[in-house]
Design a protein around this ligand. Structure first.
Ligand code: ARG
Ligand code: ZN
Length: 877
């Protein structure tokens, strides 16, 4: 039984801080078992707060040694501690200096929030609310301060001492200890504080900004990892150049440090001047990194670097505004990656990702607006909705006002709000002022949850040569938001003639026809657009480039086939092929459920043949076009999913296509064999992607030895892993041998070993659950390491739907067991992993009952973390 139900924090309850902190002096005496933190805060009463309001300081797990106010030790009766560890002090003057001394224990901090140790080194993670685990402080983003940090530690064991800003002296501290001082001239919120210290080595380079600032760039890693930092460093320099070129934004310190750590809750963190990264997004070599890894590093390095302006210089007033920095920064990193490689393929991948993670979230128990109204644990709101849908909303505004006005809007936004903690209104207002376009309706995208459904119907009148396109929108209800309003939906579109040729378009009232793509704006629930002078019934191509994050429904199969071949827009070509396949596959799922034969739609094989024939032009696009809709995507199209039937249909189709297209697949596979040196440019990556897609079809068609041969001879991780994951789905000696070989070769490399765990966790074999349980007790498994926990538990629950949803309920039981074991160690990761159980409403009753039972078992666990409590209790509502 729970005694104290966690508190819900509401956006409407925002109140400004009672005190501001102009400067902070922090002094760390580092020791893994007991670190002493001295803090000196220069406090000033916030003019926006009441004259007698007390000082509120957050704190979490701190042992207070002493507190002094204006030089005088505070007696215990002046210190009002609350149950959450926070501290309230009343009776302050308008200006005051508070000095505190606290003790913390980094080596027992398994939550990886606050100051913790990893491999004997020290690291911090403060976003969102980790700084309160380091010292007493108004730990909220609207308190921005200038920090000076002194770190003292054992010189031999902790030779490197890093914090935010610029270095400001170092020296001996006696008794084998040494000391370093860091000064950050830029005011920042506490969530951007960082400290990294330990036995680390740097890979270094330099960058000169447009206005001539010479910046030292360092990537700090463990000894031995130096030769795997080159791509991260290149990505950093490209990001710095891009932000200058596209947005005129320059770096603003003399040093930019990145530290890589293997125990990390998230991908990376944008602390001012000292980014901390999961090693996964820094370290890469030909032998150890897949193409996905290379691309992930480029994206995440760029993302964190771009935060320096969108997040750090201009930050969030409160955590409800999180998407102000995250949505905008994801939009910026997406555009950066699009400029570095193929824009079309990047867009396809981003949309794939949005639909795989955000659409289901928006249709599930945790559905929330891009700007949430309430939360129990803010950590639970670092979501695909805040990040990816948030980026789509920024893109909508970009589409609506155009690139030039958007750039002016960014200039205005950064100039007006520099060094301030602001809200989404400040962003939208800047864009509105820069463009002169009323954007007020776009708040609907920020404040309303759920994915809008867009339907189109049309008619053609040969007598008047008029084509009328009617667009309609509707958003399904989400928890707490039963009634939805229409939102502005930009629909980028064009018309194709019956021969497939693009037509110029003229809307009623316009003087001249426009060639190419144009953007219609659907503002109400339903709107008709009349096109004049249309010579013959056209086929509309809608939502080019995925111009809005909606579900477009009701395009006929004939039109999908037509668009997949003829449209000028690569996104629509890809999308139409995908939707066609999805529609066929969903019909097959229904047949499978009725126990009828599955059959085969020859048009699918034809499409594969056509794609292969044209693959030479753009192998990366061809690889995307050849990939069948994923199991999760199909499940998300069904009211009640059937993971087992979906898996069976997909396997059947892969095998059938493989058999029917075998010669062409084999020819492409052979033609793409790499002869030259290993490269990681878009073309080389596209060639490997296409070749491995062919391999998957050929293997499904029964060509087992091919995957084994590729595994045995692969010279890079992409090819090795592609082959291994196909082998992992098979039976027999080759599988076991390949897995054993891979383990023996990579047992010393955590990032690669994660892949070894994942591949087995995702193998859709009938013994999957037993295999996953066995891996859970494998000597290389470590529940405390987030990457490893995700690689097994997350990969199984999210990446192996047909086995996770096994009707025995054993998959659910495994997940609940793991979450219950992990929650006291790291509640943040436990709360993330429990997610798939929350989707019980989308499963048949037999499964839903079992899933709810496991959710209840988690909920009944004593001392559950706030985060896991929130996820599980909301899922059970
Ligand atoms: N701001 C970081 C990023 O997106 C993520 C930090 C997330 N931290 C957390 N506790 N959820 O780059
Ligand atoms: Zn971010």
């Amino acid at each position: 039984m729970k005694t104290d139900t966690p508190v819900t924090i509401r956006r409407s309850d925002y109140a400004p801080p009672t005190f501001l902190v102009d400067t902070v002096e922090l002094d760390f005496d580092l020791d893994a078992a007991s670190t002493t933190v001295r803090a000196k805060l220069a406090l000033r009463r916030n003019p926006a707060a009441a004259a007698d309001a007390p000082l509120h300081l957050d704190g979490d797990g701190l042992t207070l040694v002493q507190a002094k106010l204006d030089g005088v030790v505070l007696p215990p009766e002046r210190l009002a501690f609350a149950g959450d560890g926070s501290l309230t002090i009343a009776g302050l003057l308008d200006v005051a200096v508070l000095e505190t001394v606290v003790r913390i224990a980094p080596e027992t901090n398994t939550s990886l929030s606050g100051l913790y140790t990893s491999g004997g080194n020290f690291y911090t993670q403060c976003e969102a609310e980790g700084f309160r685990r380091i010292t007493f402080f108004p730990d909220r983003p609207d308190v921005m301060s200038r920090y000076t940090v002194t770190i003292t530690a054992d010189r031999a064991r902790v030779p490197v001492l890093l914090s935010n800003g610029n270095p400001d002296g170092a020296g001996d501290a006696g008794e084998g200890r040494h000391r370093a001082r860091w000064v950050d001239p830029h005011p920042k919120p506490s969530y951007l504080f960082a400290l990294v210290a330990g036995d680390l080595v740097a890979v270094s380079d330099r960058f000169t900004t447009r206005s001539g600032r010479d910046v030292a760039l360092n990537i700090w890693v463990r000894r031995g990892d130096e030769d795997r930092c080159g791509h991260a460093m290149d990505s950093l320099k490209r990001s710095m150049t891009w932000d200058e070129d596209i947005y005129g934004l320059e770096y603003d310190l003399d040093v930019f440090n990145i530290a890589a750590v293997s125990d990390f809750n998230m991908g990376a963190m944008e602390n001012k001047g000292l980014n901390v990264f999961n090693t996964k997004y820094v370290l890469a070599s030909q032998e150890s990194a897949t193409d996905g890894d290379w691309q992930g590093i480029e994206t995440v390095i760029a993302h964190e670097y771009f935060h320096n302006w969108t997040g750090n210089r201009v930050t969030c007033r409160d955590w409800f505004q999180l998407s102000l920095k995250e949505g905008l920064t994801v939009f910026r990193d997406q555009e950066f990656s699009a400029d570095m490689g193929s824009r079309a393929v990047k867009r396809i991948r981003d949309v794939r990702g949005l639909r795989a993670a955000q659409f289901p979230e928006d249709a599930g128990p945790m559905a929330h607006p891009v700007r949430p109204d309430s939360y129990i644990e803010i950590d639970n709101f670092y979501t695909p909705t805040v990040y990816q849908k948030g980026a789509e909303v920024v893109r909508l505004i970009h589409t609506r006002i155009g690139a030039t006005a958007f750039r002016r809007g960014m200039d205005l936004y950064t100039a007006r709000n520099d060094n301030q903690a602001v809200t989404i209104e400040d962003f939208v207002t800047a864009m509105q002022d820069a463009s002169g376009i009323d954007l007020s309706a776009f708040y609907g995208w920020y404040d309303q949850a759920g994915t809008p459904e867009l339907t189109a119907s049309d008619s053609y009148d040969p007598a008047t040569r008029r084509f009328t396109l009617t667009l309609r929108q509707q958003t399904p209800p989400t928890p707490g938001q039963p009634d939805k309003h229409p939102v502005p939906i930009p629909v980028a579109m064009g018309l194709l003639g019956p021969d497939g040729a693009p037509q110029a378009t003229r809307l009623a009232g316009e003087n001249a026809a426009q060639p190419g793509t144009r953007t219609l704006l659907l503002e109400g629930t339903e709107q008709s657009f009349v096109f004049e002078d249309v010579p013959a019934p056209p086929v509309p191509s809608l939502l080019r480039g995925f111009s809005a994050p909606v579900r477009l429904r009701g395009v006929t199969r004939d039109r999908l086939r037509f668009l997949a071949v003829h449209d000028t827009d690569p996104f629509v070509r890809w999308e139409s092929g995908l939707q066609y396949a999805a529609s066929v596959m969903l019909e097959m799922v229904a047949a499978q459920q009725r126990g009828e034969p599955l059959g085969f739609d020859a048009a699918l094989a034809e499409a594969v043949a056509n794609t292969l024939a044209a693959a030479g032009d753009d192998p990366a696009f061809a690889a995307e076009a050849l990939s069948l809709p994923g199991e999760g995507f199909l499940a998300d199209q069904m009211e009640i999913a059937d993971p087992v039937a979906i898996h069976a249909v997909r396997q059947h189709l892969r095998a059938e296509i493989g058999r029917r297209c075998r010669p062409a697949l084999r020819a492409t596979y052979d033609a793409l064999a790499e002869t030259g040196p290993y490269r990681i440019d878009g073309t080389a990556i596209g060639r490997r992607a296409l070749r491995n897609t062919c391999l998957a079809y050929l293997t499904a068609a029964g060509d087992g030895p091919l995957a084994k041969a590729q595994f045995d001879t692969a010279t890079n991780m992409t090819d090795s892993l592609a082959a291994l994951s196909l082998l992992a789905d098979t039976d027999g000696a080759a599988r076991d041998k390949a897995l054993a070989t891979f383990h023996a070769r990579w047992r010393g490399d955590d990032l690669v070993l994660d892949k070894w765990f994942s591949i087995q966790a995702m193998a859709a074999r009938p013994d999957a659950i037993a295999a996953v349980r066995a891996l859970y007790t494998h000597p290389d498994f470590d529940l405390r390491n987030p990457n490893r926990a995700r690689s097994l538990i997350g990969a199984f629950a999210s990446g192996n739907p047909s086995q996770f949803h096994d009707l025995s309920g054993e998959g659910y039981r495994f997940l609940a067991d793991a979450v219950i074991a992990l929650d006291p160690i790291n509640g943040s990761i436990a709360a993330r992993l429990v997610g798939p159980l929350g989707q019980w409403r989308r499963q048949a009753a037999a499964r839903g009952t079992l899933m709810r039972r496991e959710l209840q078992r988690v909920l009944d666990t004593p001392n559950l973390s706030k985060g896991t409590f929130e996820k599980v209790s909301k899922a059970l509502l």
